[in-house]
Design a protein around this ligand. Structure first.
Ligand SMILES: Cc1cc2nc3c(=O)[nH]c(=O)nc-3n(C[C@H](O)[C@H](O)[C@H](O)COP(=O)(O)OP(=O)(O)OC[C@H]3O[C@@H](n4cnc5c(N)ncnc54)[C@H](O)[C@@H]3O)c2cc1C
Length: 401
C-alpha cells in the first residue's frame, strides 16, 4: 500500500502551507473578534475553504476532490488555523442546506453563515429526548403562513451567541414518531424565544436551554417537506460526527502526551522510561493507529465512490476519536499527579486545542467527556455500527423485558 500523495497533490499541499504562513494564526491577532470570519473569507478567496460550496452562495466553487479536502483539513489542523471553520453554521447547516434547502434558502442563509455574519445553533435535544431524539415533543403548529412554536430544547451549544437556530419540531403529532417531525430555521430574536444558560462541569456556560412560547416562524423557513425533517436532521448529524472525528487531532495530542512523559518524572527518572506507563502508551498508540487506519479506509472508500463500505469506518470515526482522546487525556491527567489535581481552573475552557500546561491538560480531560456524548452518545454509535454497519438485529432484548 502506497500512502504517498502524487506530485500534483504534494504541490497542492505546499500551496495550502504557503497560504497558512501568510496568516497570523496564533496570539491575540488570531483571537480577536471577527478573526475567524475574515480568515475564512480569505480562505474562500484562495480556494481552500468551503471548497465545494458554489460561488453564488459565497463558497470557493472548486471541483470536488476528496484528496484536496483531506490535505486542507490536515494542514489547517496542523497550523491550528482558526477553529471556527467547523462552526454549526458553516460546518453543519451549510452542507445540509446545499442538499435539502430551496434556492431562496441557499441564497439567503449560506453566504452569511460562511462569512460568519450570522451564527447558528442546533436545536435538537430536549429534556426527555436525547438519544431517542425522534421522541421529541417541541411543537410547531401551522397557523396561516407561520408555524407557532411551543416547548423546550436543552443542551443547545452557543445559543446565546447565535442569531439563528436550525431545529426539529413536531408538526404532526398523529403521525408515527419519525414521520411527524419537521426541520425549521428559527430567528433567535423572534418574540417568544427565550434562552437560559446552563453551567457545565468545565466551568463554562456554552450550553443553554431554549423555551418557545408561541414564537412565530415563517413557513418558508421549513427545510425539506413538512414531516420529513428526520431525513434532513440525519444529514446534519453525519456532518457533525465527521467533524468530531479527527485522526490528526488524536495523533497530535498523543505526541503532546509523549512530550509530557519526557518532562515529568517518576521515581527520579523521566516518566517515559517507566515500564507501566510505556505499556499504557503502547496501548493508546494502538487506538490512535486504528483510528488513523479507519479514517484512511473511509477516505479510500469515499474516493472510490463506495458509499456502503464507507459507512462502517465513518460511523467508527467519531466513536474512536472521542474514546481515544479521553484515554490520552486521562493518561496525561494521571501523569501530572498532584500538579494536575491542583491545576488552577482557567476562565476560558478552550476545548480541544494543544495542551502543554497542567491546566490545559486538566481542562482537556474534563472537556473530553462532552464530544463522546454530543452528536449521539458512544453507546448509540455502537448501536448504529452494529445495526446499520453490520446488519445486527435492532432489538436484542428478550420479549418479556
Ligand atoms: C458537548 C455537548 C454539546 C451538545 N450540543 C448540543 C447542541 O448544540 N444541540 C443539541 O440539540 N444537543 C446538544 N447536545 C446534546 C446531545 O445531543 C445529547 O446529550 C445526546 O444526544 C444524549 O442525550 P441525553 O443527554 O438526553 O442522554 P440520554 O439519551 O438520556 O442517554 C443517557 C445514557 O444512556 C445511554 N443510552 C440511551 N439510550 C440507549 C440505547 N438505546 N442503547 C444504549 N445506550 C443508551 C446513552 O449512551 C447515555 O450513556 C450536546 C451534548 C454535549 C455533551
Amino acid at each position: 500500500m502506497d500512502l504517498e500523495y502524487t506530485e500534483q497533490y504534494q504541490v497542492y499541499r505546499e500551496e495550502v502551507r504557503r497560504f497558512l504562513k501568510g496568516w497570523p494564526l496564533t496570539g491575540e491577532e488570531a483571537d480577536r473578534p471577527g478573526a475567524a470570519g475574515s480568515f475564512r473569507k480569505r480562505g474562500i478567496e484562495a480556494g481552500f475553504v468551503c471548497r465545494n460550496v458554489p460561488t453564488e452562495y459565497g463558497g470557493a466553487g472548486q471541483e470536488p476532490d476528496a484528496l484536496k479536502d483531506a490535505i486542507v483539513r490536515q494542514e489547517f489542523y496542523a497550523a491550528r488555523a482558526p477553529g471556527d471553520l467547523t462552526s454549526q453554521g458553516a460546518g453543519l447547516l451549510v452542507p445540509t442546506l446545499l442538499e435539502f434547502g430551496t434556492e431562496a434558502q441557499k441564497k439567503r442563509f449560506i453566504p452569511k453563515a460562511l462569512a460568519d455574519e450570522e451564527r447558528w445553533c442546533q436545536g435538537y435535544s430536549e429534556p426527555g429526548s436525547g438519544s431517542d431524539l425522534a421522541s421529541l415533543q417541541c411543537r410547531a403548529t401551522l397557523d396561516g403562513d407561520d408555524y407557532v412554536l411551543s416547548g423546550q430544547k436543552i443542551w443547545t451549544s452557543n445559543a446565546r451567541e447565535a442569531d439563528w437556530m436550525f431545529g426539529l419540531f413536531r408538526t404532526d403529532p398523529s403521525a408515527s414518531k419519525h414521520a411527524g417531525i419537521s426541520y425549521l430555521l428559527v430567528d433567535m430574536k423572534t418574540p417568544g424565544v427565550e434562552v437560559r444558560p446552563l453551567k457545565e462541569m468545565t466551568g463554562g456556560m456554552e450550553f443553554n436551554e431554549i423555551f418557545f412560547n408561541d414564537a412565530r416562524v415563517p413557513a418558508e423557513n421549513l427545510v425539506g417537506k413538512p414531516g420529513e425533517g428526520w431525513a434532513v436532521s440525519r444529514a446534519t448529524l453525519v456532518h457533525e460526527r465527521n467533524l468530531i472525528a479527527n485522526p490528526n487531532m488524536m495523533r497530535d495530542t498523543f505526541n503532546d502526551l509523549l512530550d509530557l512523559a519526557r518532562r515529568v518524572e517518576i521515581n527520579g527518572r523521566p516518566a517515559l522510561e517507566d515500564r507501566a506507563l510505556r505499556q499504557r502508551l503502547v496501548e493508546i498508540e494502538g487506538y490512535v493507529r486504528t483510528g488513523e487506519t479507519s479514517s484512511m479506509l473511509q477516505f479510500t472508500a469515499g474516493v472510490r465512490g463506495e458509499p456502503l463500505k464507507a459507512m462502517r469506518p465513518m460511523m467508527m470515526g467519531k466513536l474512536y476519536s472521542t474514546d481515544t482522546m479521553q484515554r490520552i487525556q486521562k493518561c496525561a491527567y494521571d501523569l501530572l499527579g498532584a500538579e494536575g489535581m491542583l491545576a488552577p481552573a482557567s476562565e476560558d475552557v478552550a476545548g480541544w486545542g494543544r495542551k502543554v500546561t497542567a491546566t490545559g491538560w486538566v481542562e482537556a480531560y474534563i472537556f473530553s467527556m462532552g464530544p463522546s456524548i454530543a452528536g449521539g452518545a458512544s453507546n448509540i454509535q455502537l448501536n448504529i455500527i452494529g445495526e446499520r454497519g453490520y446488519g445486527l438485529p435492532r432489538d436484542m432484548r428478550p420479549p418479556s423485558s
